[in-house]
Ligand binder design. Structure first.
Ligand SMILES: CCOC(=O)[C@H]1CN(C(=O)c2ccc(F)c(F)c2)CC(C)(C)c2c1[nH]c1ccccc21
Length: 233
């Protein structure tokens, strides 16, 4: 049974990624606002767009701190950000949503999210994803590395130098795999389950695109940054 060992370089890589991930914590105040009182559907939607806008800014800062990202071809940097923005949003949403909250708060939060002008058909896959992430009880190192791995997906649309992206993603996958073996010795499939979440995440991209169309129908307003990253008109 080979002894799995995280090397010094891998420790350093993990430290940089986790620190960047924690430095840009989403202000939990939007979730708290949503929990504080009952708003109208429009106000809920506005709160969520505010949350999404600040999350995109957080995502860009986090991505810039991924070792090697800034030395990628500039167009590829944009392609990776645009290609992963929605997945990163849902990954972060899942982490915010499955955070330990006082009794009944999670249900209230779910209720408020449901009352924000989003069609019911997208809620089920979204909350199923949140629950499947919650069940993993991921450590913050795993959350940070999984987010970096999602961003460094080589086969996003318009990425020219896929090999360069693979060379950045592989070391992240390596250290995450070792971390899972060391932190979950009783669960040899834990790493595979984490990567399975990334596949589930991709399906949410599709639902999000559909959601956008329905929001556009009821002329919902978005911020310029969201229009840019979500390809809204
Ligand atoms: C971390 C950044 O996440 C977002 O901004 C999500 C938040 N979303 C949540 O389910 C969610 C999770 C936990 C919370 F505590 C919370 F308050 C919301 C998903 C979605 C409803 C689809 C959404 C977001 N922003 C929007 C903007 C317009 C329309 C819809 C959304």
């Amino acid at each position: 049974k080979e002894k799995v060992k995280i090397t010094k370089e891998q420790q350093a890589l993990m430290k940089v990624v986790v620190e960047a991930y924690n430095r840009h914590q989403i202000p939990q105040d939007v979730a708290k606002k949503l929990l504080q009182e009952q708003y109208s559907e429009e106000e809920n939607f506005l709160l969520l767009t505010e949350m999404a806008t600040s999350q995109v800014q957080v995502l860009v800062e986090f991505t810039k701190n991924i070792p090697g990202f800034l030395s990628l071809n500039h167009e590829d940097q944009i392609a990776l950000l645009k290609g992963s923005a929605v997945e990163a949003m849902f990954l972060r949403s899942a982490q915010v949503f499955s955070r330990k909250m006082p009794n009944g708060h999670t249900e209230v939060l779910e209720e408020r999210i449901r009352k924000s002008g989003i069609s019911e058909e997208f809620m089920t896959p979204m909350f199923n994803f949140y629950k499947s992430i919650g069940e993993l009880h991921m450590m913050q190192e795993e959350q940070a590395l999984l987010t970096a791995i999602a961003i460094l997906t080589p086969d996003r649309p318009y990425v020219k130098d896929q090999q360069a992206v693979e060379r950045l993603q592989e070391p992240m996958l390596d250290v995450l795999r070792k971390l899972c073996v060391l932190q979950h010795p009783q669960e040899p499939q834990y790493f595979a389950r984490l990567l399975g979440r990334l596949t589930e995440l991709r399906t949410l991209n599709h639902y999000h695109a559909e959601m956008l169309t329905s929001w556009r129908m009821n002329d919902h307003k978005f911020t310029p940054l969201l229009c840019e990253i979500w390809d809204v008109e």
